[in-house]
Design a protein around this ligand. Structure first.
Ligand code: SF4
Ligand code: SF4
Length: 345
């Protein structure tokens, strides 16, 4: 029994860079000609609102998905999660130098035992692939072919299982309405009113987030909130100040991603986790030797001043970034810092 075709979604870049457009078109054309997978083009993933046609299409796909985008896979994955497009992380052979070093073991999703994790993750895979890694279409086409072959094998296994004793999740997914096979390809043009405006907001990686709430204390612009199960969430994303990544520097778990930031660690590159490999103050401190918290406070002050509000420096909402340190025990240095804060030095 033939299985459903794998769906490949190509999220277009924000710029009109002709090289980017050429690569996107080449991949889409080759996939359409081969006809082995379903192909759709959508606008830039990060910019789409939850009710944009492209996002609604993503939400309607019940099975495995390959998402090609101009974002780090980790960034893309948590942007999807924010829009309730969820699945197990699909393994891909296409990784960048910003991700894992050659020969290095992949860091498992449950890397932080205290992380709250994603909720309601269905039994399907989402493969996020970064289009910035190769300039040619060929490596992407090869990888999609490999994933499609793997997917076809698994689909047959799943169907044979369904004829036996399906669990509730499998049965629900199997009975869910399927999109039509010849889903139209969406190609937004710059004049197309469906092309979304550029956005800037934080995305939370729940495989790292410990729900410590330090980001909600730090942000003075009302971006963060909590959901019905008291889990941190980005509630008012468009309140975030364009270009500012301040709260990502404050998060003790390095769980806040700004997918468009120029610093790979902030934009969602893998491989720098909880200080295991690199001194995080260098990654999040805004420069060699910069202090992450001071940089964050300065960035926040700049935004407060732009809004006509008063700067608060390091006096408000600054966390105990060293999470291991007991919150109530203060040493001499803490007391000295408190005294200096009181003097507003
Ligand atoms: S500061 Fe980081 S770990 Fe803490 S709640 Fe916010 S995102 Fe999660
Ligand atoms: S970058 Fe600034 S405005 Fe945006 S969520 Fe973080 S602290 Fe708030």
């Amino acid at each position: 029994m033939a299985g459903k075709k794998l769906t490949v979604v190509l999220s277009q870049g924000q710029s009109k860079n002709p090289k980017h457009r050429k690569l996107e078109e080449e991949i889409a054309m080759q996939l359409l000609l081969a006809g082995d997978v379903e192909v759709s083009l959508i606008p830039h993933l990060y910019d789409m609102s939850g009710d944009h046609t492209g996002m609604l299409f993503l939400k309607s796909i019940p099975g495995d998905v390959v998402l090609l985008s101009w974002l780090y896979p980790r960034g893309a994955r948590w942007v999807l999660d924010r829009q309730n497009v969820r699945g197990q992380e699909g393994f891909t052979l296409i990784t960048s130098d910003d991700d894992f070093d050659e020969g290095e073991e992949e860091i498992p999703e449950d890397q932080n035992p205290d992380a709250i994790g994603a909720v309601n993750v269905p039994d399907r895979r989402i493969y996020c692939i970064d289009l910035r890694i190769h300039a040619d279409a060929e490596p992407y086409l090869e990888e999609i072919k490999r994933i499609a072959a793997e997917d076809a094998t698994e689909t047959v296994d799943l169907l044979s299982w369904i004829t036996g004793e399906p669990n509730a999740d499998q049965l629900k997914r199997y009975l869910a309405p399927q999109p039509v096979d010849d889903e139209p390809v969406i190609i937004p043009s710059p004049q197309d009113e469906s092309a979304p405006k550029r956005r800037w907001y934080p995305v939370i990686d729940y495989s790292r987030c410990t729900n410590c709430m330090e980001c909600i204390d730090f942000c003075l612009f009302g971006v963060y909130g909590v959901d019905s199960i008291d889990r941190i969430l980005v509630e008012a994303q468009d309140n975030c100040k364009k270009g500012c990544p301040a709260c990502s520097r404050v998060c003790p778990a390095n769980a806040i991603i700004f997918p468009q930031h120029k610093t790979p660690a902030i934009a969602g590159a893998n491989g720098e986790v909880a200080g295991l490999k690199i001194d995080l103050t260098k990654l999040f401190g805004g420069g060699e030797g910069g202090d992450a918290l001071e940089t964050a406070a300065a960035e926040r002050d700049a935004e407060l001043l732009k809004d006509g509000r008063e700067a608060v420096g390091m006096t408000v909402g600054l966390p105990k970034r060293q999470a291991d340190k007991p919150a109530l025990e203060k040493d001499e240095l803490d007391n000295l810092m408190d005294d200096l804060d009181a003097l507003e030095v």
